[in-house]
Ligand binder design. Structure first.
Ligand code: BES
Ligand code: MN
Ligand code: ZN
Length: 498
């Protein structure tokens, strides 16, 4: 989708659809009011009939409006004007874009609902772009009929009131579009089933992503190469699978050669059956999403390329399957990680930490400024935070605050959980340096405690995205999270965000 910000008179600009926000009590924004005045008061005329209450997300399509170059006018309820937020704007626009997506309109022009002196143009446009992106996304790769549904919407324009607003809006459109590209890549990879999206496939997609991009390089380590590095924890997980594990390493070099990279380490478990500690059958299909952390790393690097961000970023994706097999890990097995620490595998279903610990040790060689791992790591995190916030745990308060703020700003939120030293005891093992599970309580935290033993040499944050990476039920599908959060974080590190 293309996005840009325009100036001009709303009634004179040619478009398939003018999208006009309406606050409760028939209140129009400044741009909405001027449109109404220029078109003989027809909008207020309709509002006076009281059919349209302007509830958040309510829509009313008008055809062939008078004195207006637009083919349609779509009224969109924005809810209460008092305390109106950019987030509210995004929520209101989602059903509007869904409606447009089913119409024959190829473009639309959205009136910005704020006053000229307000500073929230950037955020309003960012919210609108992410609403548009999620409204038009469909997973079609595995459908035999590729084009049954209408999909004409190609360009979304925004109408601003001043040059300054237009500039802020255009910047937001650029950032929002890039995040849309990155999120769509993450969704597409995540929605693919385990028999297609294997570790080898994921590695090939990383290579495809880097093709022709000067600033992005990819390397893929084989099991033999990982064996030489001593990645005994990672390789123990993949032993039960016929698909060879891969360690995918992406390097985006947009910053000064000497500036230390941010490292993003994403769990790329392409299917998690639990191994010998096998999962129950219900909803096991959703464990194809256990590679969403890895997909978000690829998506974020795609956004970096789109934005040509002036920063160095390393993406590391340990990728494997976790299946039961005669050669699979058994409860009680003890393996030696690349760090030299030994691990007693009490539950083979706690495999994410086993592949991540070796990937995190490997990350040391990049001398990273900060490391963020992203993983669908624990069901316990879903219990704690549900689908609203990703779990955030960190060994550095400043890094944690940066992520918290970035998430709040872009609406891809996190919530911090503590890593008190006392929790570490839960990982005590009688037979090895640590166990891979920590008992019943605080499952999301003890998983992070496990990882913390491999991240002592750098600033590190862990994102548990088990509850946020996809939605279940009738609308089952990947969300693309936390690509918006990670890109926002990187934009802020480049001082490019607002
Ligand atoms: N991939 C799962 C975590 C998961 C489960 C994410 C359900 C989303 C929904 C992970 O590998 C896992 O199985 N974790 C176990 C850990 C336990 C054995 C300590 C879990 O959460 O049950
Ligand atoms: Mn598991
Ligand atoms: Zn898993």
């Amino acid at each position: 989708m293309d996005y840009s910000c325009k100036l001009g008179a709303a009634n004179k600009l040619k478009t398939a659809c003018l999208v006009v926000g309406v606050f409760k009590n028939n209140r129009l924004s400044p741009l909405g009011s001027s449109l109404d005045e220029a078109t003989a008061g027809q909008i207020q005329g309709i509002l006076k009939r009281q059919d349209f209450a302007a509830d958040l997300g309510q829509t009313l399509m008008l055809y062939e409006p008078r004195d207006c170059a637009a083919v349609r006018i779509l009224l969109v309820g924005l809810g209460e004007e008092k305390g109106f937020t950019p987030r509210q704007f995004g929520l209101a626009l989602l059903p509007a874009f869904q409606l447009l997506d089913k119409s024959a309109a190829a473009d639309c022009l959205v009136l910005l609902p704020n006053r000229q002196e307000d500073e929230d143009t950037y955020r309003l446009v960012r919210e609108a772009v992410s609403a548009a992106e999620s409204a038009v996304y469909r997973f079609q790769q595995c459908k035999s009929e590729k084009t049954p549904e209408k999909h004409p919407l190609k360009r979304v324009h925004f109408l601003a009131q001043s040059r300054a607003q237009q500039n802020a809006g255009n910047r937001a459109a650029t950032h929002g579009r890039a995040i849309g590209v990155g999120s769509a890549l993450a969704k597409e990879l995540a929605n693919l089933p385990g028999n297609i999206c294997t570790p080898t496939y994921l590695a090939e997609q990383a290579q495809a992503l880097a093709r022709g991009k000067r600033k992005l390089k990819v390397r893929v380590l084989s099991e033999a190469q990982m064996d030489k590095l001593g990645m005994g924890a990672l390789l123990s997980v993949s032993r039960g699978s016929r698909q060879p594990a891969k360690l995918i390493i992406l390097e985006y070099k947009g910053g000064k050669p000497e500036s230390k990279p941010v490292a993003l380490v994403g769990k790329g478990l392409t299917f998690d059956a639990g191994g010998i500690s096998i999962k129950s059958a219900a909803n096991m299909d959703e464990m194809k999403y256990d590679m969403c952390g890895g997909a978000s790393v690829l998506g974020t690097l795609a956004a970096c390329v789109e934005l040509d961000l002036p920063i160095n970023v390393v993406g590391i994706v340990p990728s494997s399957e976790n299946l039961p097999d005669g050669d699979a890990n058994k409860p009680g097995d003890i393996v030696t990680s690349m760090s030299g620490q030994t691990i007693e595998i009490l539950n083979t279903d706690a495999e994410g930490r086993l592949i991540l610990c070796d990937a995190l040790t490997y990350t040391e060689r990049f001398k990273p400024a900060a490391v963020i791992d992203i993983a669908t790591l624990t069901g316990a995190c879903v219990v704690a935070l549900g689908d609203q916030a990703s779990g955030l745990m960190a060994n550095d308060d400043k890094l944690a605050d940066e992520l918290l703020e970035a998430g709040t700003d872009c609406g891809d939120r996190t919530w911090r959980l503590p890593l008190f030293e006392e929790y570490q005891r839960q990982l005590d093992s009688n037979f090895a340096d640590m166990a891979n599970v920590g008992g019943r309580g605080a499952g999301a935290i003890t998983a992070a405690c496990f990882l913390s033993r491999y991240t002592k040499s750098f600033k590190w944050a862990h994102l548990d995205i088990a509850g946020t990476a996809w939605v279940s039920g009738n609308n089952k599908g990947a969300t693309g999270r936390p690509v918006p959060l990670l890109t926002e974080f990187l934009l802020r590190r480049c001082n490019a965000s607002m």
